[in-house]
Design a protein around this ligand. Sequence first.
Ligand code: DX5
Ligand code: ZN
Length: 215
Amino acid sequence: MNILSPSMLAADFGCLKAQLDLIEKNDIKWLHVDVMDGMFVPSISFGMPVISSIRKISGLFFDTHLMVTEPGRYINDFKKAGSDLLTVHVEACKDTAETLKEIKASGMKAGVTLNPETDVKEILPYIGLADLVLVMSVHPGFGGQKFIPGSLDKAVTIKKEIEKVNPSCRLEMDGGINLNNLKEVLLSGVDTIVAGTAVFGGDITENIKAFKKIM
Ligand code: DX5
Ligand code: ZN
């Protein structure tokens, strides 16, 4: 089953509860939560206090993308805050395998991801340990960027490996996905779609309906 995970980074934080309620009403089950530390990426977004607050008002599955240096330091904090899945960057971990194991031991699902310039080979050894692999289709740090086409080949390679070693692992793509490239993205083997601007920009209900028609 394909999943649409709207990226909260593109939501209007002035009326966040209303927007989260609205996506849930439109039968969305996942929320992509982008945490940026100002070190691994240039920008800073939000952290545990915000996640704790929305945990109290939302039943969505929190698909938490950590753009954070040495994310292993914060596993228990995100568990406490209410994250359901933590995705970490191979470029940011001291020991990626250990970090994935620790995330799972905490009771959350574990995801692993790589930057557009990182060779796909860097992530293949961790597929057996992950519940989700995320292919970044923009340089992490900001919403609203243009999709990098080379991401599709990466997804195809990773999907082949998933089928071999861990067929239940999800394949997610994040960055610059919209109604014009969604079909291609799905054809590359991706089953979990992150979209920020294309969901929260304009009429949220209409946007979700249009995505669901293609998915
Ligand atoms: C980029 C973030 C993305 C971003 C996606 O650093 O990881 O999740 O919010 O936003 P769009 O869909 O607007 O590219
Ligand atoms: Zn993200």
